[in-house]
Each structure stands twice: as C-alpha cells, then as structure tokens.
Design a protein around this ligand. Structure first.
Ligand code: NDP
Ligand code: 2IT
Length: 450
C-alpha cells in the first residue's frame, strides 16, 4: 500500500493512494479527485494543514455500516435488499445527510455522497458532520404498504446507529416525507423516544416549515447571488431543469417566482419541452402528478400539448441549466451542447451531476458554474434548522426559516468568492472546496489523531 509522506503531497499521490484502497468505487474516487484538486494545492501552500495523517483521515469514513433488509412484498414473496449508513466525518457535529432508495445504490455511491456532504455541511456554517445512507431498494411501482414494510425493516437495523446527537438522517432520491414518516414511526416504536432523529418530517410531528422547498429555493437564491455578482438577474432568463422530484419542482417554483421562464423538466423516461414556459397552474398540476400521484412526466406533455422526448434536456437552448436529477447526468457531449447554445450559468441542484470532463469544459468556457456542495446546500441547511427547532421544541414561521435560508445561501456564496475569486472570474469549485475544507480540517487538527 502506498503511503503519503507529508513532505511529498501531490494530487497524483493522494489519488493513487485512494484508488488503490477502493478501486471498485468510481463515484467515490471521482468525488475525492474533485475535492483534492482544490485542497492539495492549498495544503501545499499552507503549512498548518500539512498535518500528519490529515488527508488520509479525511478520505476514510469513521464508520461504514452495511446491513440486510428483509421484507415481504404484497404477493407474500420474501425480498432482501441491502442497507447502508456511512458515517464519514463528525468533526463539526453529528453525522448529517440523507437516505437514498434507488437500485443504483452501492457502497461507493453512498461513500461519494457522504464525502461531498462533509464539505457541504461545513459551508452551511451549522454544526453538522457528514454522512449518507440508503438502500438498493427500488420504490418505483411499489404499493404504499410495501414502502411502509420496507421502511420499518430498514429502521429495525438502522435505529442502533442513529440518534439526535449522533447521526440524523433525512431524505434524498426515493425518500421524501412519506418515507421519513414511516422511518420516524418505527424509530419511535423501537426506542420509545420522540426526538429529532430524522429531518424532513411532516409539519404535524416536528418537521420544519420550508424543508420540502429548501433545496430548490436555496438553489435559486444561490443562482441569484451568482448573477448579481456579474450584474445580471434571473428575470426573463430561460431555464432548463432536469428531474421532476423534490429538488427540481421547488427549483422550478422559485425560478418562476423570480421571473424566469422554465421550459423543461425530466424524469428517467425523458423530458418535456414546453416552449411557452411552465406557469403556476401547470406547476400545480405537476406537483399533484409527481408528488401525490407519483406519475410520469410524459403525462404533462399529454395534458398541455407540448413536446416529450426520450433522453436528457441539455440540447435545448437556455440561459440557465439546473441539473436536479442524479450524478453524472451532464456528460462531455451534453456540456458541449450547452456551450454551443451559449448557456451562461450552470448550477447543480443534484449531487455531482457533472462528470469531470463536463465540469472542466464548462469552467474553461467561461460559464458561471456552481458545484452542488455550494448551490444545493439549502436542503441540509434547513434540516439543521429543523434540528434546532426540535431541540428547542419550537416551530418557526415560514418567514423566519426563509430569511435564514436566504442568508445562509448568501454567506456560502461569499465564502466561494473568498477562496475562488480569480482574475478571469469566480472558480466556485475551488472556492467551495477550500472554504468547506478549512473548517473541517481546523476541527480535525484540534481534536487530535482520532
Ligand atoms: P427525488 O427522488 O424527489 O427525485 C429524483 C428525480 O430525478 C426524479 O425525477 C427521477 O426520475 C430523476 N432521476 C433519478 N435518477 C435518475 C436517473 N438515473 N436518470 C434520470 N433521471 C433520474 O429526489 P430529489 O429531488 O430529492 O434529489 C434529486 C437530486 O438532488 C439528487 O442528486 C440528490 O442527491 C440531490 N439533493 C437532494 C436534496 C434534498 O433535500 N432532497 C438536497 C441536496 C441535493 P424518476 O422518477 O423517473 O426516477
Ligand atoms: O444531499 C443532501 O444534502 C440531502 N439529501 C439533504 C440532507 C439532509 O440531511 O437534509
């Protein structure tokens, strides 16, 4: 096994070390590469961070839990899925991060998400460590009863490893308010404790106002800051959004609210292209379609006589592109289409939706590009506010949560400028990675070699 010596930090050495340890985790290696490309040059220039073992600890989860999730489907068949919780870093606070239920989930995917979460949570300024979990369970087509049985079985194992002061999960792909409700119910039954052990809860039992909206709204607040910095505004801009889940729909709502024209949304079947723009009435239909009925995006095209196409929406001309579906959904050829069509801003609602090559192409073409750990941090930020409200047994008003969210997104933007301002523009990736790293590294150094 290669060892990294402090006198010899190089990006290549660190990546070789990481890849040798987990060669079968491409998404995790991609996330490590993306962070280390910013952090290692910074460490080399700042002696304080040349602390023995710091980088090795940073890329090694404190704990990774894997467990069996047996459940029974509606036909009486026994099913078995795999559950995960990666508790990556608790230097800043209890592990915090969502749960993803999706057939593509494996240990490497959860590790990439938990790793990204460390820096994102650091950027929020709140006392949150980084973690993530989930299962390869596919919720698509499952009945409500099956979802509940699955969630209960998942929690039968997970409850041993979480608590309001230790690890606080929330939602992510395939896990929304319904699933959080079932998970919370089972946790309460197993422990007889009513605590803020999960966020994204329903309003009736400890959820925060605006938590469902927070990631999408926060994304648009961040985009507003990016455009303001170049003396531009969202008003009148054409926006393409991928996905039509929690993040995408509320990003769409806030974009419309701020005067933009949203012409596309998607799901894993394809995308709708509505030349006239999605208005409030159509958005109401979409919320009912995707959140209540869990239907397919194509039904929107049938309802409002617009185009539906298979594939991804990145060939559509737009000013602002907001990938809000999943990792690596903008590949090199997609980025080339966006550049050809003169997109001016790409901000990530999803986690790591751009491949390495796509990201570099966008940045080098002078496009205002924001990485998810900065631009989608609004969701976990309001989760942090939910934890505070739960601890105080209080519920804040919409106005109060929104004001906090706006301020947190503005501050994250400022931190990106502090470490990412270049003569040619803002390198938001470097800015976010370095600002996120500094706080975590300071805490890790102070707490010793643990
Ligand atoms: P949802 O499950 O609510 O929605 C996911 C959306 O993305 C659906 O429209 C889904 O389509 C689509 N999608 C999922 N996988 C694929 C795929 N492989 N190809 C094409 N489309 C796909 O999840 P969220 O909206 O919560 O999450 C979306 C992204 O945002 C994820 O990357 C998540 O990690 C990130 N994120 C979420 C936060 C949150 O608070 N929820 C916070 C910060 C980031 P279909 O219905 O067909 O599967
Ligand atoms: O990726 C994310 O930041 C989330 N899925 C939200 C995590 C949270 O704890 O609210």
């Amino acid at each position: 096994m290669t060892k990294i010596t402090i006198s010899d930090y190089s990006i290549e050495k660190v990546l070789e070390y990481s890849e040798n340890r987990d060669p079968d985790q491409p998404e995790f290696q991609q996330a490590v590469r993306e962070v280390m490309n910013s952090v290692i040059p910074f460490v080399n220039e700042n002696e304080k961070y040349q602390f023995p073992g710091l980088i090795e600890r940073l890329i090694e989860p404190e704990r990774a839990i894997m467990f069996r999730v047996p459940w029974e489907d509606d036909q009486g068949n026994y099913q078995v899925n795999r559950g995960f919780r990666v508790q990556f870093n608790s230097a800043l606070g209890p592990y915090k991060g969502g749960l993803r239920f999706n057939p593509h989930v494996n240990l490497g995917v959860i590790k990439f998400l938990a790793f990204e979460q460390i820096f994102k949570n650091s950027l929020t300024g709140l006392p949150l460590g980084g973690g993530k979990g989930g299962s390869d369970f596919n919720p698509r087509g499952k009945s409500e009863a099956e979802i509940m049985r699955f969630c209960q079985s998942f929690m039968n194992e997970l409850y041993r490893y979480i608590s309001g002061d230790m690890d606080v999960p929330a939602g992510d792909i395939g896990v929304g308010e319904r699933e959080v409700g079932f998970l919370f119910g089972q946790y309460k039954r197993l422990t007889a404790q009513f605590t803020g052990v999960l966020t994204g809860k329903g309003l009736a039992y400890g959820g925060s106002k605006l938590r469902p909206q927070a990631t999408g709204y926060g994304l648009l607040y961040f985009v507003r800051e990016m455009l303001k910095h170049t003396s531009a505004s969202i008003e009148g801009k054409t926006v393409v959004i991928s996905g039509s889940g929690n993040v995408a729909l509320f990003a769409c709502e806030k974009a419309i609210d701020l005067g933009a024209k949203v012409i596309a949304l998607s799901d894993s079947d394809g995308f709708i292209y509505d030349k006239n723009g999605i208005n409030e009435e159509k958005l109401e239909y979409l919320m009912e379609l995707k959140i209540e009925r869990r239907g397919r995006i194509k039904e929107y095209a049938d309802e409002f006589y617009c185009e539906f196409h298979k594939g991804k929406p990145w060939e559509l001309p737009c000013d602002i592109a907001l990938p809000c579906a999943t990792q690596n959904e903008i590949e090199e050829h997609d980025a080339l289409h966006l550049i050809k069509n003169e997109v001016t801003c790409v901000a990530e609602g999803a986690n790591m939706p751009c491949t390495d090559k796509a990201m570099k192409l966008l940045y080098r073409s002078g496009i205002n590009y924001a990485p998810g750990k900065a631009s989608n941090a609004g969701g976990v930020a309001v989760s942090g506010l939910e934890m505070t409200q739960n601890a105080k047994r209080l519920s804040w008003s919409i106005e109060s949560v929104d004001k906090n969210l706006v301020e947190i997104m503005r501050t994250i933007h400022e931190k990106c400028l502090e470490y990412g301002q270049e003569s040619s523009g803002v390198d938001y990736l470097n800015g976010a990675n370095i600002a996120g790293f500094i706080k975590v590294a300071d805490a890790m150094i102070a707490q010793g070699h643990v």
